[in-house]
Design a protein around this ligand. Structure first.
Ligand SMILES: [Zn+2]
Length: 458
């Protein structure tokens, strides 16, 4: 167990050097608890968190949605003047290709100023930052301070596999534990551009993920006799047509604001102008801006529904023409767009009656969280207090998180990735040598603590 620093005096700031060691150590310990999902085994991580919280005098409970799977819900009681704030994170991680790593992925190694390990960014870093925020607030209360609302830490299982045993389970079985005015979760960005933290993107909405199948049918037979209706070729033609099509540009209110504010600080002039164009009301400017931003796939993906081919299958042996071949598409619509309309459009693009396009899994649309919320403002103020140059912008993410479920259920949820990261470090998420700079880990912990303090400390 880490050495617990002495409680801060009631009006004093925490000792951030001590907090840095504390959050690094919790992150190392969490990385060493292997929670690759599947199978998950998040119960061990849940017990660790529960032990730390309970030892600090924080009310905590472990829930078991299934054997070996575990969640923690811990609560610091406030006066009840306001409804609770939730601090969310997930304990499970994706798998690793260990041979591609330069360190042991579950070793919690600290090297050259970075904490390495699966989950360092997604999402054990934020889990450690949330945990330490709870401990700091607990010390504040112990020193005579008051909270005007409950602060609730939720550490969920199963996020990486869709959340059936995580957020969905919690909402179905213990809704009373997560009723809140608003929540903080993963899903945003704090981006270092050209060597300095430039912006905090707070995710207030996300694209809606769907699974769509493309099935080509035709006459099978012996491969020694080529057939014009070969379904593998037919599927190839259909995929070529889909791959050459782009969904029309659609600028959501969140994305308009995102680009309008980013344009003011973006260091590259041509891109800054393109961002300002996309955020303009003149359709010709929007078209021009969108065309220029096409070079940056992460920006282009914010401006339209996205279609990615992800799997193909068909055929049983090398000398047989099969009667069917199938591809799977990951399709992400913008909030409010109809997946059925998009699939109807893809059918016209393919224009082949022997190709069937169907929605296999339908995503859930959720309302956007309001960037005028006190929670959003608190994040922006906290970011400015830590670095006056940082701008905070609302952000529609292309990735999906648990937040959609919570938003749909009625809790406005704000996604952050509070650690200032370069694009290179951010791209290691779900990749090899995932790592977080120790300095960024402390910054993120302070950002979460300062934001929560602003909404919760009386
Ligand atoms: Zn995650």
């Amino acid at each position: 167990m880490t050495d617990i620093p002495p409680p801060a005096p009631p009006d004093g700031a925490p000792d951030w050097a001590a907090v840095q060691s504390e959050v690094v150590e919790h992150l190392q310990r969490l990385i060493r608890i292997v929670t690759v999902n599947p199978p998950g085994n998040e119960l061990a991580a849940a017990r660790y968190l529960d032990g730390v919280l309970t030892a600090a005098g924080i009310e905590s409970r472990v829930l078991e949605p299934a054997p070996g799977r575990g969640a923690v819900v811990a609560r610091l009681r406030g006066t009840g003047e306001r409804a609770p704030v939730l601090l969310l994170a997930h304990t499970d991680v994706v798998g690793v290709e260990a041979a591609q790593w330069s360190v042991e992925p579950f070793g919690g190694v600290v090297r050259d100023g970075y904490v390495y390990g699966r989950g360092a960014i997604d999402d054990k870093g934020m889990l450690a930052a949330n945990l330490v925020t709870m401990l700091l607030l607990r010390r504040h209360v112990a020193a005579g301070g008051t909270l005007r609302r409950d602060v609730v830490l939720v550490a969920n299982a199963d996020e990486e596999a869709g959340g059936e045993l995580g957020m969905a389970w919690l909402l179905a079985h213990h809704p009373e534990l997560v009723r809140a005015e608003f929540a903080l979760n993963e899903g945003g960005r704090t981006r270092v551009v050209r060597g300095r933290p430039l912006y905090v993107a707070v995710q207030t909405a996300e694209k809606v993920p769907h699974v769509v199948t493309v099935t080509a049918r035709g006459d099978g037979g012996h491969a020694s006799v080529p057939l014009p209706g070969n379904p593998v070729f037919r599927l190839g033609r259909a995929l070529a047509a889909i791959g050459g099509w782009r969904a029309p540009t659609a600028v959501t209110p969140t994305t308009r604001r995102f680009f309008a504010e980013l344009a003011r600080v973006w260091p590259e002039r041509a891109e800054a102008r393109a961002m300002a164009d996309v955020a303009a009301s003149d359709p010709a400017r929007v078209r021009r801006g969108a065309a220029a931003l096409r070079r940056v796939p992460t920006f282009d993906a914010l401006l339209r529904a996205g279609v990615s081919a992800v799997m193909t299958r068909g055929g049983i042996r090398t000398n047989v023409i099969p009667t069917e071949a199938t591809a799977t598409l990951d399709v992400r619509t913008l909030p409010g767009q109809s997946i059925d309309a998009l699939v109807a459009r893809l059918r016209r693009v393919v224009d082949d009656p022997r190709v069937e396009i169907a929605v296999a899994e339908r995503g859930r649309d959720a309302p956007s969280s309001d960037h005028a919320s006190p929670m959003f403002r608190a994040i922006a103020e906290a970011a400015r207090a830590l670095d006056p140059r940082l701008v905070t912008v609302p952000y529609l993410s292309t990735g999906a998180t648990d937040s959609a479920q919570l938003r749909a259920w009625g809790v406005p949820t704000f996604g952050v990735l509070p650690f200032p990261l370069t694009q290179d470090d951010e791209d290691r998420m779900h990749g090899h040598d995932e790592r977080v700079p120790v300095e960024a880990l402390l910054f993120g912990t302070r950002l979460i603590y300062e934001a929560v303090r602003r909404v919760a400390v009386a």
